[in-house]
Design a protein around this ligand. Structure first.
Ligand code: ADP
Length: 355
């Protein structure tokens, strides 16, 4: 992954008053699994459709392998697409579906047969080539759709929520398989999803979109552990986002008052001095009970409720200023209603958000 295969420069797209893309610029590296993640309506599908040539941008440039394709029609872009809906032809067999794009390109029949067999094996459907598409399960139909999209060797495969119509178990299985297939074939994937777990599981890099703007673009781990903005922290499950007051800020350091306690910590570069700041801390990094460390930030709180989450418990506490904070733990600790506790948070786990 050394050079960009695709570059979007200053992309703009509006639908009336709705902004679907606002001065969007990004580069996708060759061979990368790149994901656009964001809530419904954030502009993910529109960006994908603009890349595919199915939607014209208002302005901006699209560069594919060094060539400006902004005005090129979809069929000249050589990009594959896979959608949420089973977009395979119901009257055809699995093999006929996969062969379709190759026939259109007038590939010779023997080469088509070889490629279809190769694709069926790739997606784990060898032996089902003669089966009618409608007799396949939802997961199998999406495998056919994937094989059909990959058969003509597209420069990039664009995937728009391809697993969201599948039930949970099949979806998880397909996530692992898609990742595996991506690693096997080395084709660049650009994937659209609103599901954070799906994005974290599969992607090399994730761009989080909010109202047509990138709020953060990072590898899964830094994105999950160090959100930069309040939007990203609130979007990813498991973060407490708390409000605090700025007391002093200079040179990348900030002193804040959180629930009556003064805390000095690092501030992000983008931090502007405001009276109110938001901070994030993952619920598994909030501790209570006897293992409270001396050097950690300590906050008094009262127990409010315990939520059983299957593999863990969420303990909800109330800080003296009335804010809620959740501590996640796998231990079950009996706590009486309103019981006073001391919460501790390592300084390194407290993230001052940019806005
Ligand atoms: P996402 O894929 O993140 O859910 P979309 O790209 O589908 O978001 O949509 C972004 C915004 O643009 C939404 O507010 C949506 O309603 C609007 N939008 C998308 N396509 C059209 C269209 N063809 N006409 C009018 N508004 C549209």
């Amino acid at each position: 992954m050394t050079e960009p295969i695709l570059e979007l420069r200053h992309l703009e797209k509006r639908f009336g008053q709705t902004v679907a893309a606002k001065d969007l610029s990004f580069a996708v590296m060759a061979g990368e699994f790149f994901t656009l993640l964001g809530p419904s309506g954030s502009g993910k599908s529109t960006v994908l459709r603009i890349i595919a040539g199915l939607e014209p941008p208002d302005s901006g440039t699209i560069i594919l392998e060094g060539r400006d394709i902004s005005a090129a029609p979809p069929w000249e872009r050589n990009l594959g697409m896979m959608f949420q809906q089973y977009a395979i032809f119901p009257h055809m067999t699995a093999a006929e579906n996969i062969a379709y794009g190759l026939k259109v390109r007038r590939v010779e029949p023997a080469a088509i047969r070889r490629r279809v067999d190769e694709m069926l094996a790739l997606v784990g459907l060898a032996g089902t080539s003669a089966r009618r598409a409608t007799l396949l399960s939802g997961g199998e139909q999406q495998r056919v759709a994937l094989a059909r999209a990959l058969a003509p060797s597209p420069r990039i495969l664009l995937l728009d929520e391809p697993l969201s119509a599948l039930d949970e178990r099949i979806r998880r299985l397909m996530q692992a398989e898609l990742k595996h297939i991506h690693q096997n074939i080395g084709t660049t994937f650009i994937y659209v999803t609103h599901d954070q777990e799906e994005a974290l599981t599969m992607s090399d890099r994730i761009a989080v979109l909010n109202r047509g703007t990138f709020v953060q673009c990072d590898a899964p781990e830094p994105l999950y552990k160090r959100p930069r903005t309040r939007f990203v922290a609130e979007f990813f499950r498991g973060f407490n986002v708390l409000s605090a007051q700025t007391i002093a800020a200079s040179g990348g350091r900030i002193t804040i008052r959180l629930a009556g306690h003064e805390i000095a910590t690092d501030a992000p570069d983008e931090h502007r001095t405001r009276d109110e700041v938001h901070i994030a801390v993952r619920s598994e990094n909030v501790r209570f009970g006897p293992q409270v460390a001396d050097h950690a930030i300590q906050l008094p709180a009262r127990a409010r409720e315990i939520l059983y989450r299957g593999t863990a418990f969420d303990y909800r506490f109330e800080l003296p200023d009335g804010q809620s904070i959740i501590a996640m733990t796998t231990r079950h600790v009996p706590l009486a209603a309103a019981e006073p506790v001391t919460l501790s948070i390592d300084r390194a786990d407290l993230i001052v958000l940019a806005d």
